[in-house]
Write a protein that binds this ligand. Structure first.
Ligand SMILES: Cc1ncc(COP(=O)(O)O)c(C=O)c1O
Length: 460
């Protein structure tokens, strides 16, 4: 029992309670839990994950959600509002991603359950659109592209060829990509930006290669899709990555990240609706009636469409731009503090998300110390590195100053302990030689714990 979080505060339910618990008691319990958990990110010391961080905004979205939370958006005769919300989310996203520049085709989109959902639907669409080929389909992804591509390849039987990246720029090796296209290659992949380093692949060049071979190009804008367009407009040095680039055929852009919507939505944008339509599923001879659904989900809450639409329409272009300016300038200030320390090295040319390593000591020593000051960075490997995805909580007054001060102390600690093993590196640093039996066992245990409640998962 003690392995269940909060078991020392609240009853653990292993069976349905015989009689229902009062609503007021349940809500009070939840308010207590969330108010214990929120300070960890409200301080601005947590990388990524809480993109907006504004409780008034969340309350507004929760109200929008509540109006349609119980509606099944599959039953459109009962909820024409869902079509308004979904179609407008897609149209606004396509416009933001430069679909107006596409000539000779009709752009379209899908609203999915998140970044992995958008990526999975893209992989499925490329597979289905090329089903007539007699060879097994494959796609080429930069090593830095999100694991969701490999997961989708695993699920749908599409091979993921992994292209190396330049160790200095962290961008995909274009020569390798071009040399490894074969009869089964249905699409290339580039990130704008990638999760690890916040860098943008050379999308223009990838687009050229894709066009030369008559194959697709998916741009993963799950993280950057809703902030990079505004960063570019503001004059930040961001290479072109959207539908204005010839050859780009799909883009994933997460509304539940820098779109500032509630968790559970993303948009997969298509340069041409025919690619989207290739992955529809329908069963017309089922005894239960004729069945069709646009994506992998069946029933979906109308509340998520409503709240996502509400986030986009309430912020508007000026709202997204204002938030982007604050985030980009905060990231630049935090990066400047990293650059103050000769023993730290920033990886590539980052954007709002930056990553740093050290050639002088294990950078996880820096993490060990920063954790004692309440910072929660994301750990990386090959090489060991730490990243900070700057979100709105970091833009609060005082956070950059705290970063400067705590980072300086952390570097001092790392220099003084450079010959010692880092504690956090043991879990999050590189597994020497790749996957080991111990690492596999540890990962399975962590996943089981999430479902079975036996232990709590350590923060990176
Ligand atoms: C670049 C990138 N792509 C895809 C994803 C997957 O998104 P999700 O976690 O919403 O499935 C992420 C998540 O962080 C990401 O950063």
């Amino acid at each position: 029992m003690s392995g269940f979080p909060y078991s020392d505060h609240y009853e653990v339910h292993r069976t349905l309670p015989e009689d229902g618990t009062g609503r007021a008691e349940i809500l009070a319990m939840m308010t207590d839990m969330s108010s214990r958990e929120n300070p960890a990110w409200e301080s601005g010391q947590c990388s990524g994950t809480m993109y907006c961080g504004d409780h008034e905004h969340y309350n507004f979205l929760n109200e929008a959600f509540a109006n349609f939370s119980y509606v099944n958006s599959l039953q459109r005769d009962l909820c024409p509002s869902a079509t308004k919300f979904e179609a407008e989310i897609i149209a606004m996203t396509l416009d933001m991603l430069g679909a107006g520049a596409i000539e000779g085709s009709r752009p379209g989109g899908l609203v999915t359950s998140g970044g992995s959902g958008s990526i999975a639907h893209a992989v499925l669409a490329y597979r289905e659109a090329n089903a007539s080929r007699s060879v097994r389909p494959n796609m080429i992804k930069p090593e830095t592209a999100h694991p969701a591509f490999s997961k989708a390849g695993h699920l749908f039987g599409v091979e993921m060829k992994v292209a190396p990246v330049d160790p200095v720029t962290t961008q995909v090796d274009l020569d390798w990509v071009a040399a490894n296209i074969d009869a089964g290659t249905v699409a290339l992949i580039g990130s704008a930006c990638n999760y690890g380093y916040g860098t943008v692949d050379s999308i223009t060049e990838l687009g050229q290669v894709a066009l030369e071979h008559g194959i697709g190009l998916h741009v993963d804008g799950c993280l950057g899709g809703f902030i990079l367009p505004f960063g570019r407009e503001l004059g930040y040095d961001i290479p072109p990555f959207d539908f204005a680039v010839p050859g780009v055929t799909t883009i994933s852009a997460d509304t539940h990240k820098y779109g500032y919507a509630l968790k559970g939505t993303s948009v997969l944008a298509f340069a041409d609706q025919s690619l989207r339509n290739s992955q529809y599923f329908y069963l017309t001879d089922w005894s239960g009636g004729k069945y069709c659904s646009p994506g992998m989900d069946g029933s979906r809450s109308g509340g998520l469409l409503a709240a996502t639409w509400a986030a986009m329409v309430s912020l508007g272009r000026s709202g997204y731009s204002r938030y982007a300016e604050a985030i980009f300038s905060t990231s630049a200030a935090m990066q400047a503090e990293v650059a103050e320390h000769p023993s730290l090295r920033i990886m590539g040319q980052p954007s709002f998300l930056f990553s740093f390593t050290s050639d002088d000591y294990d950078v996880y020593l820096v993490n060990d110390f920063l954790r004692t000051r309440g910072w929660r960075l994301n750990g990386q490997q090959y090489p060991n590195a730490l990243h900070m995805a700057v979100t709105r909580p970091q833009t609060q007054p005082g956070v950059v100053e705290r970063w400067a001060n705590d980072l300086a102390d952390a570097v001092g600690y790392a220099l003084a302990h450079h010959d010692e093993a880092a504690q956090s590196g043991a879990i999050y640093g590189g597994v020497a030689g790749g996957m080991s039996a111990e690492a596999d066992e540890f990962i399975r245990a962590v996943m089981a714990d999430m479902m079975d409640g036996q232990a709590s998962i350590p923060a990176p």
